[in-house]
Design a protein around this ligand. Structure first.
Ligand code: ATP
Length: 380
């Protein structure tokens, strides 16, 4: 596992220092036993900073919900510990943790009004009526639902229900809010709105958010940091830009955004800079792997985002040469599918200008120019 500030070790003991809302230390969760056993989370260690928006991102079955449920207390680690504010909470039941969860199904009480739903938990905690009313009013304002406060929750839209569920979870001002794919039931446009809304809520409340999703766009737009998971492991932890621009390994590069993978030869390595020989024979500078080493003379895989390449008619002086296979117009940009030297498929994504025309057509011999230092070498 890597992190932008380089402070975490891979799957091993935690070496972070400083103040964290949550620390996950060597946590493993095995469901069942023997041959039937499923290792849903496998020796995971990482820390979540105070007031951070951290997203657990990965494909279905990678273990993100299990990890979230262990932080909430609905499941317990088979091995390892979870610390909240420096105290081991691994054995505490959910209601004893200063943590609230918003689920995919909002689980609102349909016969209660919006305001009653938001206040219900506070009343259960035995808070005085006046205090409950003041908090409910503040929450209604926060999620912009004042106008519908007396409406029953089975008489409001899905997006509005989502806001009520959030307000209800935020009302007791938990230390940490856990969100398990809370936007997945919403349509595309509403989901985009709620992404901005969630980020605003997190900024305004200062509460630590741990968000689970398999949607990479959702993760990139909202998170302070993203933990990319696969098969029970956290493969990489870093800011959205770090994860997108500097994926550590092939799975991360492939799962987040579109990526070209180039087979390259390592010419030399010097700190963070690696000199590569491309299939065309040209040499370019690239970023060294985030978590791993390279050996001069060996072959490696380098990742390149399609928008970090342009197409030129001057194949002879370009970084790669090839034959145009397909030109696809996407409105905002045009995707050029090119068979580059050696027969590898390659996509360059070029932003469109108003009134412009596609500069190339299928069958053209073209060159590909890479932006300076556009390539990220991946660890083996
Ligand atoms: P999704 O996005 O589909 O919700 P996920 O990444 O959240 O997936 P988990 O729900 O954490 O994945 O599941 C991780 C693995 O553990 C899966 O293989 C799943 O089948 C298994 N698993 C989860 N809960 C249980 C359980 N209670 N008993 C047995 N296996 C389980």
């Amino acid at each position: 596992m890597t992190e932008s500030d380089g402070s975490l070790s891979a799957r091993g003991p935690l070496v972070d220092e400083g103040r964290y809302a949550i620390e996950v230390r060597g946590v493993t969760k095995v469901f069942g036993s023997g041959q039937e056993g499923v290792r849903a989370v496998d020796d995971v260690s990482f820390s979540i900073r105070e007031n951070e928006f951290l997203t657990l991102l990965g494909p279905s079955g990678c273990g993100k919900t299990t990890l979230l449920r262990m932080i909430a207390g609905f499941d317990h680690p088979t091995y390892g510990q979870i610390y909240l504010d420096g105290a081991d909470i691994s054995g505490l039941p959910p209601f004893k943790r200063p943590v609230n969860t918003v689920f995919q199904s909002y689980a609102l009480f349909p016969h209660m009004t919006v305001a009653q739903n938001i206040g219900f938990g506070l009343e259960m905690l035995g808070q005085p009526k006046q205090e409950v009313e003041a908090t409910v009013s503040k929450m209604l304002e926060l999620v912009q639902m004042q106008a519908l406060k007396d409406r029953r929750t089975d008489q409001i839209s899905g997006g509005q229900q989502q806001r009520v569920a959030l307000a209800r979870a935020l009302a007791p001002h938990p230390k940490v809010l856990l969100l398990d794919e809370p936007l997945s039931a919403l349509d595309y446009k509403l989901r985009k709105e709620m992404q901005i809304e969630l980020k605003r809520l997190q900024n305004e409340t200062g509460i630590t958010f741990v968000f689970v999703t398999h949607d990479q766009e959702e993760a990139l737009t909202m998170s302070d940091r993203i933990a990319v998971m696969q098969s029970g492991h956290v493969l990489q932890l870093g800011s959205p830009r770090e994860i997108y621009d500097h994926p550590a390994e092939r799975f991360v590069a492939d799962f987040i955004g579109d990526t070209n993978f180039l087979d390259v030869e390592i010419v030399s390595a010097d700190g963070n800079t690696v000199t590569l020989k491309l299939s065309s024979g040209r040499e370019v500078e690239a970023d060294a792997p985030r978590d791993g080493t390279v050996t001069p003379g060996r072959r490696a895989t380098a990742a390149l985002r399609p928008e970090h390449a342009t197409v030129t008619a001057d194949a002879a002086s370009a970084d790669l040469a090839g034959k145009m296979q397909n030109v696809v117009y996407f409105g905002t940009d045009t995707h050029y599918h090119i068979e580059v030297d050696g027969g590898a498929p390659f996509v360059a994504r070029v932003q469109n200008v108003r009134g412009g025309e596609a500069a190339f057509k299928a069958g053209d011999v073209v060159g590909v120019k890479l932006q300076p230092r556009a390539l990220q070498v991946l660890k083996d």
